[in-house]
Ligand binder design. Structure first.
Ligand code: 13P
Length: 295
């Protein structure tokens, strides 16, 4: 069943867990996310980042499929627009039946980010949809390869300022805040060092759930610490895709006979699903309850 972003984050808050927000780029990815969530009987966020992934499947094709499959799911699902940076995409997602949107104005000057986010909130309100927005910069790909201490200082200067975050939430009335505290999107080229205390302060000053972007490459232990400080939505994609790619490379290297694309797709789907099962267990504390650990 489809639920709003706010509803799913309220569930997370009540249980002191985070909801996995998994990007999808094609049909098998949608299957993998929903099957993993249903197998564990956990809520999940199915999200599409048109700006990054529209080249693989256009949003007007994949969006209605996401909505239709989420409607039929046996667990609560939020269908979310990730990194919406223009009102055309936001309007399109709302029309398609998405139940959450992110407006990403983090690259804009503060006042412009506030003004645009307010427009997004007004638009979304008409559809009963909740809004995530971002302040601070998540550290773009170029930061992932940063090496020296001067670069570290540059990265930290982009971290979310808790007082500015509090003002931003008050001025925009958003439902969730994407913050920068040391994660970056994509592959980490050196071990991430997160400012976990910053999450606690931001959560306290803003009063809204904190969203972690760039979940790939973060250890289970660090995930748990972040969740304990108020992270309620964790965006995760790159490693799920990388693990599936590694598996297919192995499969192609060991297969002597004919290789059919549908077999590759099914193997990839299963790999995505297993990664999401392990990840959801950590985010929902199920691995602790079962006494297990994530491989
Ligand atoms: P990763 O792909 O680094 O896991 O991050 C996903 C994300 O933050 C999407 O917004």
């Amino acid at each position: 069943m489809i639920v709003s972003l706010k509803t799913i984050l309220d569930i997370a808050e009540a249980r002191n867990i985070a909801i996995g927000a998994f990007n999808v780029t094609f049909l098998d990815g949608i299957y993998a996310v929903l099957q993993a969530a249903e197998e564990l009987n956990q809520p999940v966020i199915l999200q599409f980042a048109n700006a990054a992934h529209g080249i693989y499947t256009p949003m007007d094709v994949i969006g209605p499929v996401m909505v239709s499959m989420a409607e039929r799911a046996k667990v609560p699902v939020c269908v979310h627009l990730d990194h919406g940076d223009n009102f055309q995409d936001i309007q399109a997602a709302l029309e398609m039946g998405f139940s959450g949107i992110m407006y990403d104005g983090s690259a804009l000057p503060y006042e412009q980010n506030v003004a645009n986010t307010r427009v997004a909130v007004e638009l979304a309100k008409r559809y009963g949809v909740s809004v995530e927005a971002e302040i601070g910069s998540m550290g773009r790909e170029e930061f992932a390869s940063a090496g020296g201490s001067s670069q570290d200082a540059e990265i930290e200067s982009c971290y979310t300022d808790p007082d500015q975050a509090a003002r931003f939430v008050k001025d925009t009335q958003i439902d969730a805040l994407a913050c920068s505290f040391g994660t970056v999107h994509g592959i980490y080229l050196k071990a991430p060092k997160l400012d976990i205390e910053r999450i606690r302060v931001i959560r306290e000053k803003t009063g809204v759930p904190v969203v972690m972007h760039g979940g790939s490459g973060i250890s289970d232990e660090v995930f748990r610490k972040c969740i304990n400080q108020g992270v309620r939505k964790i965006n995760f994609y790159t490693y799920a895709s990388k693990y599936a790619g590694d598996l297919i490379r192995y499969y192609l290297g060991t297969e002597d006979g004919n290789v059919y694309f549908h077999d590759i797709a099914v193997r990839g789907r299963e790999s995505f699903k297993q990664t999401y099962i392990k990840t959801i267990k950590v985010f929902s504390n199920l691995d602790r309850l079962a006494g297990g650990s994530r491989a």
